[in-house]
Write a protein that binds this ligand. Structure first.
Ligand code: A3P
Length: 311
């Protein structure tokens, strides 16, 4: 473990360089326990992401796809009364603290298919996830919007921190890869490569594509999870209803998301800001744009992965 001593972390988050990624100190115990104790089942679905890339949204969509028969009436849908992080718990944090065995027994009793989230890079996932038949749906987002979303989120959750970084300082760190669960390029490329090598195991999605062609990608996710929508479901508006239920406007305005906290006592309302593509142009100077473009181009070069909206 290499810690980052005295350096101003991302909104006072102390980061440790652990297994080649920067792990927030708040998560290190949970991550180690997750790696050590979690036993994946073949039917599990893992929603993996780099933070601020659309995790909350993809968790909701995945939960809604998998549970559409159990909750066919939209009036009593759990997504109307629970935040998607409550329905799809984060494996990076679930094992924080004591009572590991109680937590394991709770997990083993969860209704199947179980759906979980993680921000861990692919190489750091526990063996049982890699070796079982469970499936991974990964979402990433252009690094410009991801950075802006992260910076604003970090400032909101710690508004009075004396250690707050300016946007330029934070970008310096981001471009060095120093950000929770970063470097961002390693996180994305790990899943990108796996999605090419084992397309039945990892589905790689981009926030921008999901936003622009929600219907197409919703069906893509359902097919990947071996529960494709039938023609009858489509003509009965099931796909449309799921897209609507999980839309930014609906989720943001639900009472359950307007107050209260989720993991690590973060305010749920901060999970929903603008939900747009390209908001970074309102924050980046030409110099900042050049700096991030250069590093992303260099790191992704030759991989086949690119982001139209930023380069
Ligand atoms: P912005 O800050 O750009 O608005 P994560 O869930 O990984 O923390 O990502 C947060 C980002 O996803 C935020 O982006 C947030 O507004 C956006 N978001 C949350 N719910 C969404 C939804 N249902 N549809 C689209 N975007 C959503």
């Amino acid at each position: 473990l290499l810690s980052l001593p005295k350096q101003k972390g991302w909104a006072v988050q102390h980061l440790y360089l652990f297994q080649h990624f920067w792990c927030p100190s708040t998560h290190i115990q949970g991550v180690i326990n997750f790696q050590k104790h979690f036993q994946a089942k073949d039917s599990d679905v893992i929603v993996a992401s780099f933070p601020k890339s659309g995790t909350t949204w993809l968790k909701a969509l995945t939960f809604a796809i998998l549970n559409r028969q159990r909750f066919s009436s939209s009036h009593n849908h759990p997504l109307l009364t629970s935040n998607s992080h409550e329905l799809v718990p984060s494996l990076d944090f679930i094992f924080h603290g004591d009572n590991i065995h109680d937590k394991l027994s709770h997990l083993s009793n969860m209704t199947e298919p179980r759906v979980f989230g993680t921000h861990l890079p692919f190489p750091s996932l526990p063996k049982s996830i890699k070796e079982s038949s469970c499936k991974i749906v990964y979402i990433c987002r252009n690094p410009f919007d991801t950075f802006v979303s992260f910076w604003i989120f970090a400032n909101k959750i710690n508004p009075h921190s004396l250690h707050q970084l300016t946007m330029e300082e934070a970008l310096e760190n981001f471009c060095k890869g120093i950000v929770g669960f970063g470097p961002i390029w390693d996180n994305m490329l790990g899943y990108w490569k796996e999605s090419i090598a084992t397309p039945n195991k990892v589905l790689f999605l981009k926030y921008e594509e999901l936003k622009e062609e929600a219907n197409f990608y919703l069906k893509r996710v359902a097919e990947f999870l071996d529960c494709p929508f039938t023609e009858e479901e489509e003509s009965n508006g099931v796909t449309e209803n799921i897209i609507k239920l999980c839309s930014f406007e609906i989720m943001k305005n639900l009472e359950v998301n307007k107050s209260g906290t989720f993991s690590r006592n973060m305010e749920k309302k901060y999970l929903f800001r603008k939900g747009e593509i390209g908001d970074w142009v309102n924050y980046f100077s030409p110099a900042m744009k050049e700096k991030l473009s250069k590093i992303i181009e260099e790191k992704l070069s030759g991989s086949g992965l690119s982001f139209e909206t930023c380069l």
